[in-house]
Design a protein around this ligand. Structure first.
Ligand code: 5AD
Ligand code: FES
Length: 356
């Protein structure tokens, strides 16, 4: 089938066969990509108008007990600078963020055992009580079902846990043997079951990724039906085993953003920092391809550069206030505006249930 036909089908029915998705990813030319982009942008605008949701990212710990091969925070990276923010520092970030108009705080950290359930719940409760009109998003990796439940009961609303790849063989090439796709998936389903607005996602162009594994990612998203999906290009980190691997392509990332928008019209889809790192205008292009969320950094400037997932990460030298101003200007230039809103997931119509 011609790419245009597949795009029309995606746009109308929010689904396509695995073969069609593979063909689209593999063969789409620039003209067809522009057609895809316009459809994805229009779909996002139907749901969100020209409003972009903002999430304040607080990178509160760079310690990690995991050893993912792609990530600069992996435990084997002895050159990584490790830090932890105190509860007071985290609250200070939220306070500053609140004044700047943020109504979602994303607490992201490596898998750091120091932040056990007692400590994390105390932090979540404090944010819940001081900033009652804000959403609390956690991104703490894999934890037990009991832990997810306790954090939810303490007031957390959302959880981000990228699946990274839905193909088991691929997963095992990106992760050490003690990690498994099975556990990752079971965490994601558990999070949804508990009631979190849940975010999955993956890197585009990670080592050993193929069109087939990308199609499996899209199929997994269809199965999980997450409320959010974070994707960005893989970017090598010099102190990891993937130091000399090629980076993911911005074009392919944009194609996937648009496909995901058409398959999940009301999904919350960020234009990620990795996309902004891979291209100066990556976040703008992400929005023009159907993204509707940006996540400026609220972490204290002193620690910014130490949360080093990949090389040359942007916004490490900017104060939160500068960062949000810059982001707001960037969005204005392309006809969008940042909005002061919790930006919860709302399913406008039952698009996820359409079967063809
Ligand atoms: N390049 C791009 N994204 C990365 N992440 C981790 N390391 C890299 C990298 N080298 C992403 C992973 C993780 C998220 C927090 O950051 O997908 O889930
Ligand atoms: Fe952070 Fe531009 S968005 S400095």
């Amino acid at each position: 089938m011609k790419c245009v036909k597949i795009i029309e089908k995606l746009s109308q029915f929010h689904t396509a066969s695995e073969d069609e998705l593979a063909e689209l990813i593999d063969t789409i030319n620039d003209e067809e990509l522009e057609f895809l982009r316009k459809k994805a942008q229009a779909t996002a605008q139907e749901h969100f108008g020209n409003k972009i949701f903002v999430r304040g990212l607080i990178e509160f710990s760079s310690y990690c007990k995991n050893d993912c091969l792609y990530c600069g925070l992996r435990r084997s990276n002895k050159k990584a600078v490790r830090y932890r923010l105190s509860k007071e520092q985290i609250m200070q970030c939220c306070k500053q963020g609140y004044e700047l108009g943020f109504r979602t705080f994303v607490l992201q950290g490596g898998e750091d055992s120091y932040f056990d359930d007692d400590k994390m719940c105390e932090i979540v409760k404090a944010i819940r009580s001081d900033f009652s009109d804000c959403a609390i998003t956690l991104s703490l990796g894999e934890r037990s079902p009991e832990s997810y439940q306790r954090l939810f009961d303490s007031g957390a609303d959302r959880y981000l846990l990228r699946h990274e790849t839905a193909n088991e063989e691929h997963y095992n090439k990106l992760h050490p043997s003690e990690m498994s796709l099975k556990n990752r998936k079971s965490c994601l389903f558990k999070l949804k079951e508990i009631g979190y607005q849940t975010g999955a996602g993956f890197m585009v162009g990670s080592p050993y990724q193929t069109t087939q594994t990308l199609v499996e990612d899209l199929m997994f998203l269809k199965e999980l039906k997450p409320q959010m999906c974070g994707i960005g290009p893989f970017i090598h980190h010099k102190d990891t085993p993937f130091a000399s691997e090629n980076d993911g392509s911005v074009r392919q990332c944009l194609i996937l953003l648009s496909i995901i928008r058409l398959m999940h019209p009301s999904i919350l889809l960020p234009a990620t920092t990795a996309l902004g790192t891979a291209d100066k205008f990556g976040r703008e292009m992400g929005v023009l391809h159907g993204a509707n969320v940006v996540m400026p950094n609220l972490s204290p400037r002193a620690h910014r550069s130490d949360y080093s997932l990949y090389d040359n990460k942007i916004c490490t030298g900017d104060e939160a206030a500068e960062c949000i101003k810059c982001m707001s200007n960037r969005m204005k230039k392309i006809g969008y505006m940042l909005t002061v809103d919790r930006g919860d997931y709302k399913e406008k119509f039952g698009e996820d249930n359409v079967q063809v």
